[in-house]
Design a protein around this ligand. Structure first.
Ligand code: SF4
Length: 472
């Protein structure tokens, strides 16, 4: 059996050993942690700022949850849902719940709901088809120059809206030594990959020495230019952002961190301190928000969130339309709500504070940015634009026509042209493969060919005599 790096590293001298049950589990530390009785999530607890104590005392069962929030006892479906989609809430994140019912945004993002069992056909366990784009286990390679490394299946808190519900928390484990070697070999063999995102689960739940091993392995590939870490730790477990961690990360620069704040209630003094530590270590910070019904689907809430983020030196990067993931239907909003929010933000916030609204397309189509339409009309001489107020302006185009943009060099060309190649005049058509019309056209072509070859001999001789008469 392969060695999970978690087990190997937890026993190493470099990492302060995790206490008691944390070191014993074959499937990662928290499986054992969930067996220990959680302590009351009191901010007065002497170990409140110890991230390991926070992980050890996560709320994992219906019993734990109702001990802390007795008003949830009537929601018996919570236990059933948590069996299918694991629950874990750090005491810190639980302390952000202001009202112990489903009107509270923090509670909604962390406490299971009966609606998670609703599973219409159009929802899938892996709607982005990440597993299809995995050339080696644990590495998603979709876009030419980027790859995503799944470092662990563990998170400190299991978000109810998670896109990776299929893996997050089922068995809390880490990438194995063998997998990391295989991934590193793949990256060496694919120098076109310039940007590696370390994701999970949440990679910052790993011991520092293990995260360092992963960073070191990726950094050993000369063609990798930047490393990104995707984490919700600054939001749900800010105590994890220690000086030891940030100093370690800084050794592997350029490293960027993308975090995941969804609501202004998550912007607390603790989260601010965590982001400040990361920023002070020279780590640029971005944020990915998921648009969630009943949580942040109001323009003013997103505005407040974005203002809070830039105050913490975190650049709002993406506002994601909720993916078509099984178990999250109750969180989905229509796409039009995202467009409305973007319309509201423009003119109220600086461009720096406005995220890009994107749909991560089903079937592995990748991110598709969506905006309100600001282009009213265009001609070779003039373009009519509207601004956020509805004002319409003419933008005169340059008098001298522009030369055509240079074509993509053959070395960088993908196997088929994209829309840019069409608009720049470097390709004339993109034909979707396998369409019914294309199949009909292909079969008509072969019919024509067949008609010439298979025509009746009498018809052929008649045709020949006519042709020879004509020639005479
Ligand atoms: S932290 Fe990320 S991977 Fe983990 S449950 Fe939340 S969204 Fe999913």
């Amino acid at each position: 059996m392969e060695t999970s790096i978690i087990n190997e590293t937890l026993a190493s001298k470099d990492e302060p050993p995790l206490s008691g049950t944390e070191q014993t589990s074959a499937s990662g530390p928290a499986t054992a942690l969930q067996n220990s009785a959680p302590e009351t999530p009191s901010r007065q607890h002497p170990k409140w700022n110890d991230w390991r104590w926070q992980i050890r005392n996560r709320i994992r069962t219906f019993q734990d949850l109702t001990d802390f929030f007795p008003s949830l006892r009537s929601h018996s479906s919570i236990a059933k849902v948590a069996e299918k989609y694991p629950m874990a809430i750090t005491p810190y994140y639980a302390s952000l719940i202001k009202t112990a019912d489903y009107s509270d945004p923090v509670l909604q993002m962390s406490v299971p709901q009966g609606q998670e069992m609703f599973a219409p056909d159009f929802l899938h366990a892996d709607p982005l088809e990440e597993e299809e784009d995995m050339p080696v286990p644990g590495l998603v390679h979709r876009y030419r120059d980027r790859a995503l490394l799944m470092a662990t299946t563990m998170c400190s808190m299991y978000c109810r809206h998670c896109t990776r519900k299929r893996v997050a928390g089922y068995e809390e484990s880490s990438i194995s030594v063998c997998q990391l070697n295989e991934i590193t070999n793949y990256l060496h063999a694919h120098p076109e990959v310039k940007d590696v995102v370390i994701s999970g689960g949440d990679p910052m739940t790993l011991p520092t020495s293990l995260l360092e091993r992963i960073l070191m392995a990726v950094r050993s590939v000369p063609s990798v230019e930047i490393i990104r870490i995707g984490t919700r730790v600054p939001v749900v477990l800010p105590q994890r952002i220690t000086n030891e961690l940030t100093q370690m990360i800084a050794k592997y620069h350029p490293v960027w961190v993308n975090t995941h704040f969804n609501h202004p209630n998550e912007i607390t003094p603790e989260a601010q301190a965590a982001c400040a530590k990361l920023a002070n270590a020279g780590i640029p910070l971005g944020n990915q928000t998921v648009l969630l019904r009943g949580i942040n689907d109001v323009p003013q809430v997103i505005e407040e969130l974005c203002r809070g983020l830039v105050r913490m030196r975190v650049r709002p990067y993406y506002l994601f339309q909720c993916d078509l993931v099984r178990g999250v239907e109750h969180f989905r909003t229509p796409i039009s709500r995202g467009i409305e929010i973007m319309e509201y933000l423009r003119g109220r916030l600086s461009g720096l504070a406005i995220p890009a609204f994107v749909v991560d397309a089903p079937h592995g189509g990748g991110k598709i940015p969506l905006l309100p339409n600001y282009l009213v009309s265009t001609s070779p001489t003039n373009t009519v634009l509207r601004n956020y107020e509805g004002m319409m302006v003419n933008y005169p185009e340059p008098v001298e026509p522009m030369p055509r943009a240079p074509a993509t060099s053959p070395a960088l060309r993908t196997s088929s042209p994209g829309v840019w190649d069409l608009s720049a005049g470097h390709a004339s058509v993109i034909v979707p493969a396998g369409g019914q019309r294309q199949k009909r056209r292909a079969s008509r072509k072969s019919h024509r060919t067949l008609a010439r070859e298979d025509q009746h001999p009498e018809f052929s001789s008649l045709l020949e005599s006519i042709m020879s008469d004509t020639n005479n």
